[in-house]
Design a protein around this ligand. Sequence first.
Ligand SMILES: Nc1ncnc2c1ncn2[C@@H]1O[C@H](COP(=O)(O)OP(=O)(O)OP(=O)(O)O)[C@@H](O)[C@H]1O
Ligand SMILES: [Mg+2]
Length: 377
Amino acid sequence: MGRTNNLINPFPLMDYVSPEYFCDREIETEKIISALKNGRNVTLVSVRRLGKTALLKHVLKKVSKNKSTRILYLDILPTENLAGFIKTFSDAILKDEKSNGRFLTKVSKLLSGIKGKLVFDDVTGVPSVEVTVDDEKSGELSIQIIFEYLAEQKEKYIIVIDEFQQITNYPEKNVEAILRTQIQHQHKDSFVFSGSSKHTLISMFSDYGKPFYQSSDLLELGRIDKKVYSKFIKKQFKKRNKEIDTAYIDQQIDNFCNHTFYVQYFFNRLFEKAGSVITQADINLVTEEIVKEREYVFYNYRNLLSSLHFNILIAIAKEGGVSQINAGWFLTQYKLGQPSSVSSAVKILSDKEMIYHENGKYQIYDVFFEKWLSKVF
Ligand SMILES: Nc1ncnc2c1ncn2[C@@H]1O[C@H](COP(=O)(O)OP(=O)(O)OP(=O)(O)O)[C@@H](O)[C@H]1O
Ligand SMILES: [Mg+2]
Protein backbone atom coordinates (compact mmCIF):
# COMPACT_ATOMS: atom_id res chain seq x y z
CA MET A 1 0.00 0.00 0.00
CA GLY A 2 1.33 3.41 -0.99
CA ARG A 3 1.52 6.57 1.06
CA THR A 4 -1.73 7.98 2.33
CA ASN A 5 -3.11 10.60 -0.01
CA ASN A 6 -4.25 13.40 2.24
CA LEU A 7 -5.96 15.26 -0.60
CA ILE A 8 -8.69 12.67 -0.95
CA ASN A 9 -11.45 12.28 1.58
CA PRO A 10 -11.03 8.65 2.74
CA PHE A 11 -14.72 8.00 1.93
CA PRO A 12 -14.95 8.90 -1.77
CA LEU A 13 -18.45 8.85 -3.25
CA MET A 14 -18.30 9.43 -6.94
CA ASP A 15 -16.40 6.52 -8.31
CA TYR A 16 -14.13 3.65 -7.39
CA VAL A 17 -10.69 5.06 -6.58
CA SER A 18 -8.40 2.22 -5.50
CA PRO A 19 -8.21 -0.75 -3.12
CA GLU A 20 -7.15 1.61 -0.33
CA TYR A 21 -10.64 3.16 -0.28
CA PHE A 22 -12.52 -0.05 -0.83
CA CYS A 23 -13.84 -2.11 2.05
CA ASP A 24 -13.84 -5.89 2.04
CA ARG A 25 -15.83 -7.72 -0.67
CA GLU A 26 -12.98 -10.21 -0.75
CA ILE A 27 -15.13 -13.30 -1.18
CA GLU A 28 -17.23 -11.67 -3.89
CA THR A 29 -14.12 -10.45 -5.72
CA GLU A 30 -12.63 -13.96 -5.65
CA LYS A 31 -15.86 -15.55 -6.81
CA ILE A 32 -16.23 -13.27 -9.80
CA ILE A 33 -12.60 -13.58 -10.85
CA SER A 34 -12.69 -17.33 -10.50
CA ALA A 35 -15.90 -17.68 -12.53
CA LEU A 36 -14.45 -15.51 -15.30
CA LYS A 37 -11.19 -17.45 -15.33
CA ASN A 38 -13.14 -20.65 -15.73
CA GLY A 39 -15.23 -19.41 -18.60
CA ARG A 40 -18.45 -18.77 -16.71
CA ASN A 41 -20.40 -15.57 -17.00
CA VAL A 42 -21.59 -13.80 -13.86
CA THR A 43 -24.79 -11.97 -12.98
CA LEU A 44 -24.51 -9.57 -10.06
CA VAL A 45 -27.66 -8.24 -8.41
CA SER A 46 -28.51 -6.14 -5.38
CA VAL A 47 -30.69 -3.24 -4.37
CA ARG A 48 -29.43 0.17 -5.42
CA ARG A 49 -26.37 1.80 -3.93
CA LEU A 50 -25.03 -1.26 -2.18
CA GLY A 51 -21.82 -1.38 -4.19
CA LYS A 52 -22.21 -3.39 -7.39
CA THR A 53 -20.45 -0.90 -9.66
CA ALA A 54 -17.64 -0.33 -7.16
CA LEU A 55 -17.15 -4.09 -6.81
CA LEU A 56 -17.01 -4.51 -10.57
CA LYS A 57 -14.45 -1.73 -10.93
CA HIS A 58 -12.43 -3.37 -8.14
CA VAL A 59 -12.52 -6.69 -9.98
CA LEU A 60 -11.61 -5.03 -13.27
CA LYS A 61 -8.69 -3.26 -11.69
CA LYS A 62 -7.34 -6.64 -10.59
CA VAL A 63 -7.91 -8.47 -13.87
CA SER A 64 -6.53 -5.59 -15.93
CA LYS A 65 -3.07 -6.46 -14.62
CA ASN A 66 -3.21 -9.41 -16.97
CA LYS A 67 -2.05 -7.98 -20.29
CA SER A 68 -3.75 -10.66 -22.37
CA THR A 69 -7.15 -9.56 -21.07
CA ARG A 70 -9.09 -6.63 -22.47
CA ILE A 71 -11.90 -4.94 -20.64
CA LEU A 72 -15.06 -3.34 -21.90
CA TYR A 73 -17.23 -1.62 -19.31
CA LEU A 74 -20.69 -0.61 -20.52
CA ASP A 75 -23.13 1.36 -18.39
CA ILE A 76 -26.37 1.07 -20.31
CA LEU A 77 -28.63 2.94 -17.88
CA PRO A 78 -28.83 5.99 -20.18
CA THR A 79 -29.64 3.91 -23.28
CA GLU A 80 -33.21 3.79 -24.55
CA ASN A 81 -33.08 1.42 -27.48
CA LEU A 82 -30.99 -1.02 -29.48
CA ALA A 83 -29.21 1.84 -31.26
CA GLY A 84 -28.15 3.25 -27.87
CA PHE A 85 -26.87 -0.15 -26.84
CA ILE A 86 -24.85 -0.51 -30.06
CA LYS A 87 -23.43 2.98 -29.59
CA THR A 88 -22.38 2.31 -26.00
CA PHE A 89 -20.80 -0.99 -26.99
CA SER A 90 -18.89 0.58 -29.91
CA ASP A 91 -17.76 3.51 -27.76
CA ALA A 92 -16.31 1.07 -25.25
CA ILE A 93 -14.42 -0.77 -28.00
CA LEU A 94 -13.14 2.54 -29.34
CA LYS A 95 -11.98 3.64 -25.92
CA ASP A 96 -10.14 0.37 -25.39
CA GLU A 97 -8.54 0.42 -28.85
CA LYS A 98 -7.56 4.05 -28.55
CA SER A 99 -5.11 3.22 -25.81
CA ASN A 100 -3.47 0.74 -28.18
CA GLY A 101 -2.45 3.11 -31.00
CA ARG A 102 -3.36 2.85 -34.72
CA PHE A 103 -6.92 2.47 -33.59
CA LEU A 104 -8.60 4.26 -36.50
CA THR A 105 -7.40 1.82 -39.13
CA LYS A 106 -8.29 -1.02 -36.86
CA VAL A 107 -11.86 -0.03 -36.07
CA SER A 108 -12.76 1.29 -39.53
CA LYS A 109 -14.14 -2.08 -40.66
CA LEU A 110 -16.22 -2.34 -37.51
CA LEU A 111 -17.57 1.17 -38.02
CA SER A 112 -18.53 0.62 -41.62
CA GLY A 113 -20.11 -2.72 -40.69
CA ILE A 114 -22.43 -1.10 -38.18
CA LYS A 115 -22.87 2.02 -40.38
CA GLY A 116 -21.46 4.08 -37.53
CA LYS A 117 -20.07 7.56 -37.92
CA LEU A 118 -17.09 8.67 -35.91
CA VAL A 119 -17.49 12.05 -34.22
CA PHE A 120 -15.06 13.95 -32.02
CA ASP A 121 -16.11 15.91 -28.98
CA ASP A 122 -15.55 19.65 -29.60
CA VAL A 123 -14.00 20.21 -26.20
CA THR A 124 -12.23 17.03 -25.21
CA GLY A 125 -11.50 15.60 -28.65
CA VAL A 126 -12.67 12.19 -27.44
CA PRO A 127 -14.06 10.11 -30.31
CA SER A 128 -17.45 8.45 -30.13
CA VAL A 129 -19.72 6.61 -32.52
CA GLU A 130 -23.00 7.87 -33.94
CA VAL A 131 -25.34 5.04 -34.71
CA THR A 132 -28.67 4.89 -36.46
CA VAL A 133 -30.62 1.66 -36.60
CA ASP A 134 -33.24 1.50 -39.35
CA ASP A 135 -34.99 -1.66 -38.25
CA GLU A 136 -34.53 -4.62 -35.95
CA LYS A 137 -32.86 -6.69 -38.64
CA SER A 138 -30.11 -4.16 -39.18
CA GLY A 139 -29.72 -3.76 -35.40
CA GLU A 140 -29.27 -7.50 -35.10
CA LEU A 141 -26.69 -7.45 -37.87
CA SER A 142 -24.73 -4.68 -36.10
CA ILE A 143 -24.65 -6.68 -32.89
CA GLN A 144 -23.38 -9.65 -34.87
CA ILE A 145 -20.62 -7.53 -36.42
CA ILE A 146 -19.55 -6.25 -33.00
CA PHE A 147 -19.28 -9.79 -31.68
CA GLU A 148 -17.35 -10.89 -34.76
CA TYR A 149 -14.93 -8.06 -34.13
CA LEU A 150 -14.35 -9.27 -30.57
CA ALA A 151 -13.88 -12.85 -31.74
CA GLU A 152 -11.23 -11.77 -34.25
CA GLN A 153 -9.00 -10.27 -31.54
CA LYS A 154 -6.49 -12.60 -29.98
CA GLU A 155 -6.97 -11.37 -26.43
CA LYS A 156 -9.74 -12.48 -24.11
CA TYR A 157 -12.35 -9.82 -23.45
CA ILE A 158 -14.20 -9.29 -20.21
CA ILE A 159 -17.36 -7.41 -21.04
CA VAL A 160 -19.22 -5.86 -18.14
CA ILE A 161 -22.74 -4.67 -18.81
CA ASP A 162 -23.93 -2.57 -15.87
CA GLU A 163 -27.67 -1.87 -15.42
CA PHE A 164 -28.38 -4.78 -17.72
CA GLN A 165 -32.11 -4.86 -16.95
CA GLN A 166 -32.35 -1.71 -19.05
CA ILE A 167 -32.61 -3.86 -22.22
CA THR A 168 -36.08 -4.93 -21.11
CA ASN A 169 -37.20 -1.29 -21.46
CA TYR A 170 -36.13 -1.04 -25.10
CA PRO A 171 -38.93 -0.80 -27.66
CA GLU A 172 -37.31 -3.69 -29.56
CA LYS A 173 -38.59 -6.78 -27.82
CA ASN A 174 -36.08 -9.40 -28.92
CA VAL A 175 -32.83 -7.86 -27.65
CA GLU A 176 -32.53 -10.53 -24.98
CA ALA A 177 -32.68 -13.23 -27.64
CA ILE A 178 -30.30 -11.45 -30.03
CA LEU A 179 -27.67 -11.07 -27.31
CA ARG A 180 -28.08 -14.58 -26.07
CA THR A 181 -27.46 -16.01 -29.52
CA GLN A 182 -24.26 -14.01 -29.86
CA ILE A 183 -23.03 -14.54 -26.32
CA GLN A 184 -23.33 -18.31 -26.42
CA HIS A 185 -21.00 -18.44 -29.42
CA GLN A 186 -18.43 -16.17 -27.83
CA HIS A 187 -16.22 -18.90 -26.39
CA LYS A 188 -13.12 -16.84 -25.70
CA ASP A 189 -14.77 -13.95 -23.89
CA SER A 190 -16.62 -13.61 -20.58
CA PHE A 191 -19.54 -11.44 -19.55
CA VAL A 192 -20.66 -9.87 -16.32
CA PHE A 193 -24.23 -8.63 -16.13
CA SER A 194 -25.14 -6.36 -13.28
CA GLY A 195 -28.23 -4.54 -12.16
CA SER A 196 -30.58 -3.53 -9.40
CA SER A 197 -33.85 -4.76 -10.71
CA LYS A 198 -33.51 -8.07 -9.00
CA HIS A 199 -36.84 -9.35 -10.13
CA THR A 200 -36.19 -8.64 -13.81
CA LEU A 201 -32.62 -9.90 -13.80
CA ILE A 202 -33.34 -13.06 -11.91
CA SER A 203 -36.26 -13.88 -14.14
CA MET A 204 -34.13 -13.17 -17.24
CA PHE A 205 -31.50 -15.56 -16.03
CA SER A 206 -33.49 -18.30 -14.42
CA ASP A 207 -36.90 -18.57 -16.04
CA TYR A 208 -37.00 -21.62 -18.19
CA GLY A 209 -37.63 -20.58 -21.78
CA LYS A 210 -36.07 -17.15 -21.35
CA PRO A 211 -33.00 -16.79 -23.57
CA PHE A 212 -30.50 -16.40 -20.72
CA TYR A 213 -31.70 -19.44 -18.80
CA GLN A 214 -28.91 -20.91 -16.68
CA SER A 215 -26.20 -19.23 -18.69
CA SER A 216 -24.39 -17.56 -15.82
CA ASP A 217 -23.51 -17.71 -12.12
CA LEU A 218 -25.85 -15.63 -10.01
CA LEU A 219 -24.28 -13.55 -7.27
CA GLU A 220 -26.55 -11.60 -4.94
CA LEU A 221 -24.54 -8.88 -3.26
CA GLY A 222 -25.32 -8.49 0.41
CA ARG A 223 -24.35 -5.85 2.94
CA ILE A 224 -20.74 -5.56 4.08
CA ASP A 225 -20.10 -7.37 7.35
CA LYS A 226 -20.62 -4.86 10.13
CA LYS A 227 -17.45 -5.68 12.07
CA VAL A 228 -15.29 -5.52 8.96
CA TYR A 229 -16.88 -2.24 7.89
CA SER A 230 -16.43 -0.76 11.33
CA LYS A 231 -12.72 -1.64 11.41
CA PHE A 232 -12.25 -0.22 7.94
CA ILE A 233 -13.85 3.09 8.91
CA LYS A 234 -11.77 3.34 12.06
CA LYS A 235 -8.62 2.70 10.06
CA GLN A 236 -9.50 5.35 7.47
CA PHE A 237 -9.76 7.95 10.26
CA LYS A 238 -6.66 6.75 12.02
CA LYS A 239 -4.49 6.91 8.90
CA ARG A 240 -5.27 10.62 8.81
CA ASN A 241 -4.58 11.05 12.51
CA LYS A 242 -8.20 11.24 13.59
CA GLU A 243 -9.65 9.28 16.47
CA ILE A 244 -13.19 7.97 16.47
CA ASP A 245 -14.82 5.68 18.99
CA THR A 246 -15.85 2.29 17.65
CA ALA A 247 -19.20 2.72 19.41
CA TYR A 248 -19.93 5.82 17.31
CA ILE A 249 -19.07 3.98 14.11
CA ASP A 250 -21.22 0.98 14.95
CA GLN A 251 -24.12 3.21 15.91
CA GLN A 252 -24.04 4.94 12.51
CA ILE A 253 -23.64 1.72 10.54
CA ASP A 254 -26.81 0.51 12.29
CA ASN A 255 -28.51 3.82 11.79
CA PHE A 256 -27.99 3.56 8.03
CA CYS A 257 -28.91 -0.13 7.97
CA ASN A 258 -25.43 -0.93 6.70
CA HIS A 259 -26.38 0.46 3.28
CA THR A 260 -23.01 1.21 1.67
CA PHE A 261 -23.73 4.52 -0.03
CA TYR A 262 -25.41 6.06 3.04
CA VAL A 263 -22.69 4.88 5.39
CA GLN A 264 -19.99 6.19 3.05
CA TYR A 265 -21.80 9.48 2.63
CA PHE A 266 -22.22 10.01 6.34
CA PHE A 267 -18.57 9.31 7.10
CA ASN A 268 -17.44 11.46 4.19
CA ARG A 269 -19.27 14.37 5.81
CA LEU A 270 -18.14 13.50 9.30
CA PHE A 271 -14.53 13.32 8.19
CA GLU A 272 -14.84 16.75 6.59
CA LYS A 273 -16.09 18.25 9.86
CA ALA A 274 -13.87 16.37 12.24
CA GLY A 275 -11.03 17.64 14.38
CA SER A 276 -8.52 15.20 15.78
CA VAL A 277 -11.09 13.53 18.05
CA ILE A 278 -14.63 12.92 16.87
CA THR A 279 -17.33 13.79 19.38
CA GLN A 280 -21.05 13.15 19.70
CA ALA A 281 -21.56 16.84 18.93
CA ASP A 282 -19.81 16.40 15.53
CA ILE A 283 -22.11 13.49 14.77
CA ASN A 284 -25.24 15.42 15.70
CA LEU A 285 -24.17 18.39 13.64
CA VAL A 286 -23.50 16.35 10.50
CA THR A 287 -26.77 14.45 10.90
CA GLU A 288 -28.67 17.70 11.17
CA GLU A 289 -26.93 19.26 8.20
CA ILE A 290 -27.59 16.30 5.95
CA VAL A 291 -31.29 16.33 6.73
CA LYS A 292 -31.59 20.10 6.42
CA GLU A 293 -30.02 20.12 2.97
CA ARG A 294 -32.47 17.54 1.75
CA GLU A 295 -35.58 18.82 3.43
CA TYR A 296 -36.61 20.89 0.43
CA VAL A 297 -36.47 17.86 -1.86
CA PHE A 298 -38.28 15.70 0.69
CA TYR A 299 -41.15 18.20 1.06
CA ASN A 300 -41.30 18.36 -2.70
CA TYR A 301 -41.92 14.62 -2.86
CA ARG A 302 -45.09 15.32 -0.94
CA ASN A 303 -46.30 17.64 -3.71
CA LEU A 304 -45.34 15.22 -6.44
CA LEU A 305 -46.91 12.11 -4.92
CA SER A 306 -50.56 11.44 -4.15
CA SER A 307 -51.46 11.58 -0.48
CA LEU A 308 -51.98 7.80 -0.39
CA HIS A 309 -48.50 7.26 -1.80
CA PHE A 310 -46.97 9.68 0.66
CA ASN A 311 -48.86 8.15 3.60
CA ILE A 312 -47.65 4.70 2.66
CA LEU A 313 -44.09 6.02 2.71
CA ILE A 314 -44.63 7.53 6.16
CA ALA A 315 -46.11 4.28 7.43
CA ILE A 316 -43.22 2.16 6.10
CA ALA A 317 -40.71 4.63 7.54
CA LYS A 318 -42.32 4.68 10.96
CA GLU A 319 -42.42 0.90 11.10
CA GLY A 320 -38.80 0.66 9.90
CA GLY A 321 -39.97 -1.68 7.12
CA VAL A 322 -43.20 -3.60 6.67
CA SER A 323 -43.67 -7.24 5.80
CA GLN A 324 -47.44 -7.45 5.38
CA ILE A 325 -48.41 -4.36 3.54
CA ASN A 326 -52.07 -5.37 3.43
CA ALA A 327 -52.44 -6.45 7.05
CA GLY A 328 -55.59 -5.09 8.67
CA TRP A 329 -53.83 -3.44 11.63
CA PHE A 330 -51.41 -1.67 9.31
CA LEU A 331 -54.13 -0.27 7.04
CA THR A 332 -56.17 0.84 10.05
CA GLN A 333 -53.34 2.33 12.07
CA TYR A 334 -52.14 4.47 9.19
CA LYS A 335 -55.61 5.06 7.71
CA LEU A 336 -54.60 3.74 4.31
CA GLY A 337 -57.99 2.51 3.08
CA GLN A 338 -58.59 -0.38 0.70
CA PRO A 339 -56.01 -3.17 0.37
CA SER A 340 -56.36 -3.14 -3.43
CA SER A 341 -55.45 0.54 -3.79
CA VAL A 342 -52.56 0.08 -1.34
CA SER A 343 -51.28 -2.84 -3.46
CA SER A 344 -51.29 -0.83 -6.66
CA ALA A 345 -49.70 2.16 -4.90
CA VAL A 346 -46.94 -0.10 -3.59
CA LYS A 347 -46.29 -1.35 -7.10
CA ILE A 348 -45.98 2.22 -8.39
CA LEU A 349 -43.67 3.23 -5.53
CA SER A 350 -41.49 0.19 -6.27
CA ASP A 351 -41.34 1.04 -9.99
CA LYS A 352 -40.33 4.60 -9.09
CA GLU A 353 -37.63 3.13 -6.85
CA MET A 354 -38.94 4.92 -3.77
CA ILE A 355 -39.28 1.59 -1.96
CA TYR A 356 -37.86 -1.90 -2.40
CA HIS A 357 -38.61 -5.37 -1.18
CA GLU A 358 -35.88 -7.32 0.58
CA ASN A 359 -35.89 -10.14 3.13
CA GLY A 360 -39.67 -10.18 3.01
CA LYS A 361 -40.00 -6.48 3.90
CA TYR A 362 -40.89 -3.30 2.06
CA GLN A 363 -38.41 -0.58 2.88
CA ILE A 364 -37.71 3.02 1.88
CA TYR A 365 -34.80 3.23 -0.54
CA ASP A 366 -33.30 6.49 0.63
CA VAL A 367 -32.25 6.05 4.24
CA PHE A 368 -32.03 9.82 4.82
CA PHE A 369 -35.59 10.19 3.57
CA GLU A 370 -36.71 7.36 5.83
CA LYS A 371 -35.21 9.01 8.90
CA TRP A 372 -36.81 12.31 8.00
CA LEU A 373 -40.26 10.79 7.37
CA SER A 374 -40.32 8.95 10.66
CA LYS A 375 -39.22 12.04 12.56
CA VAL A 376 -41.33 14.76 10.95
CA PHE A 377 -44.72 13.03 10.53
N1 LIG B 1 -16.77 -1.91 -0.64
C1 LIG B 1 -16.86 -0.58 -0.64
N2 LIG B 1 -16.06 0.17 0.13
C2 LIG B 1 -16.16 1.51 0.13
N3 LIG B 1 -17.06 2.20 -0.58
C3 LIG B 1 -17.90 1.51 -1.36
C4 LIG B 1 -17.85 0.09 -1.44
N4 LIG B 1 -18.81 -0.32 -2.28
C5 LIG B 1 -19.42 0.79 -2.73
N5 LIG B 1 -18.89 1.89 -2.19
C6 LIG B 1 -19.35 3.28 -2.40
O1 LIG B 1 -20.75 3.28 -2.16
C7 LIG B 1 -21.44 4.03 -3.16
C8 LIG B 1 -22.47 3.16 -3.88
O2 LIG B 1 -21.80 2.14 -4.58
P1 LIG B 1 -22.11 1.74 -6.10
O3 LIG B 1 -22.38 2.92 -6.93
O4 LIG B 1 -21.05 0.81 -6.50
O5 LIG B 1 -23.48 0.96 -5.86
P2 LIG B 1 -24.41 0.25 -6.93
O6 LIG B 1 -24.91 -1.00 -6.27
O7 LIG B 1 -23.71 0.11 -8.24
O8 LIG B 1 -25.60 1.30 -7.05
P3 LIG B 1 -26.65 1.47 -8.26
O9 LIG B 1 -27.58 0.29 -8.17
O10 LIG B 1 -27.37 2.75 -7.94
O11 LIG B 1 -25.89 1.50 -9.55
C9 LIG B 1 -20.36 4.60 -4.06
O12 LIG B 1 -20.11 5.90 -3.61
C10 LIG B 1 -19.17 3.70 -3.85
O13 LIG B 1 -17.97 4.40 -4.02
MG1 LIG C 1 -24.11 0.87 -10.12
